[in-house]
Write a protein that binds this ligand. Structure first.
Ligand SMILES: Cc1ncc(COP(=O)(O)O)c(C=O)c1O
Length: 405
């Protein structure tokens, strides 16, 4: 027998979005006349900003000339981009992060999934519940999560931090001590946030308990409120306990272009071992650098014109999120998110998340995402996103409101 990584076999089947796609397909086949509106997606829909397109074209042309051709990129990223990020995303916000602490990659998903390689196989993880599934599944593959209890929807060796309306979606410090704490702020799927003060509690806790915070800020561009931090490094003490993940996917529509970065401060150590150096070593061994073309395109996001354009795109999605939030609230739903995030998280009342999914699909022809797919505390919740068109969003909200009439 071939010796395989049996941890993969522990992963529960049926990935959430394929289960949704199957149901929608079956419904559409049975009702070809139905005009289905999809507000379940976490993918952007607007085309790339003109500045980004221009930069992409220029970079492509450079690749066609011997004098300006670029082969393998530096493993950790071109210094032009690392310096721009360090200055504009961090130093201009008062965060002491240097260019050589930034690692360019082709996606926050890969980085969030791969980062666990730096830690011992006995390291215990803590995750918010509900959660972006990558954090848990990548640790399942590494054999760190114990056994899956299907009825409870939980892994025996994972510390779950429930985030529900009861605690205002703010995770409480756990009784058991984790080694790795995954925090996503603004949160996917709930769309809610931790304020600077609430995040500081976790930074202090991590420093006091030798834990590392794996901080996913993929939705940073959607923050509108003053007291929500754009980076964990705005908080004192974060340099010794936190790794931050950022992406160009949601702030600039790069989901199909692929570019992201991870920040590991040089102060983050386990004894003498530097996590920064370990990640640099990993990148050097397993990654051959994000393409020059993409990195040039990312530079356009930081120009005055580019910034203006991507901000408009984010505002477009946020207007949709606001439309959903206000419309559902008006219809009597309990809703969260939508203020610093493109995600709106609503309570489904007596219906389970999947019952509500069927109800919305069949009676309003609107598709969303059942909250229970993100973890047991997501049961009786449902995610709608602002990533559709404005017209479809308005129409979907109108249909959902009509269901209550
Ligand atoms: C919380 C979170 N992190 C990371 C990602 C993935 O980002 P990327 O497109 O850079 O891989 C997503 C994508 O939906 C996300 O929701």
């Amino acid at each position: 027998m071939i010796k395989i990584n049996e941890n993969y076999l522990k992963l529960p089947g049926s990935y959430l979005f394929s289960a949704i796609a199957k149901k929608v397909k079956a419904y559409q086949e049975a009702h070809p006349e139905a005009d289905i509106i999809r507000l379940g997606i976490g993918d952007v829909t607007l085309p790339l900003a003109p500045s980004v397109i221009k930069a992409l074209h220029e970079a492509v042309d450079e690749m066609g000339q011997a004098e300006t051709f670029h082969g393998y990129a530096p493993d950790l990223g071109y210094s032009f981009l690392r310096e721009e990020i360090a200055k504009k995303d961090y130093q201009d916000r008062g965060c002491s992060i240097q260019a050589d602490e930034i690692f360019i990659s082709d996606g926050a998903k890969c980085d969030c999934g791969n980062i666990q390689e730096l830690f011992d196989e006995t390291a215990r993880i803590a995750v918010c519940d509900p959660v972006y599934p990558v954090y848990v599944d990548s640790n399942v593959m590494a054999g760190r999560t114990g056994e899956y209890d299907e009825a409870a929807g939980k892994w025996s060796n994972v510390i779950y931090l429930p985030c529900t309306a009861e605690n205002h979606f703010v995770p409480q410090l756990p009784d058991e001590k984790p080694d790795l704490i995954y925090l996503c702020n603004p949160n996917n799927p709930t769309g809610t946030t931790l304020t600077r003060e609430q995040l500081k509690v976790w930074v202090d806790y991590a420093n006091a308990n030798d834990a590392v915070i794996l901080y996913d800020a993929a939705y940073e561009a959607y923050i509108t409120e003053e007291d929500v931090p754009h980076s964990i490094y705005e908080l004192e003490g974060a340099r010794t306990c936190a790794i931050e993940f950022r992406s160009f996917s949601k702030n600039a529509g790069f989901t199909g272009v692929r570019l992201a970065f991870t920040v590991i401060p040089k102060d983050l150590k386990s004894g003498e071992a530097s996590l920064h150096d370990m990640w640099a070593r990993r990148h050097g061994t397993k990654y051959n650098g994000a393409p020059y073309i993409q990195q040039k395109a990312a530079m356009a996001v930081y120009t005055e014109e580019g910034r203006k354009e991507v901000k408009q795109q984010v505002s477009y999605y946020m207007r949709n999120a606001r439309t959903i939030y206000d419309g559902l609230k008006e219809a009597g739903y309990q809703v969260a998110g939508g203020v610093n995030s493109p995600y709106v998280w609503l309570h489904t009342g007596d219906m389970t998340s999947w019952e509500f999914f069927d109800h919305l699909l069949e009676d309003a022809n609107v598709v969303g995402t059942p909250g229970s797919g993100f973890g047991p505390s997501g049961e009786h919740y449902f995610r709608l996103t602002g990533f559709g068109t404005y017209e479809n969003t308005v129409e979907a909200v109108r249909r959902i409101q009509n269901l209550k009439k």
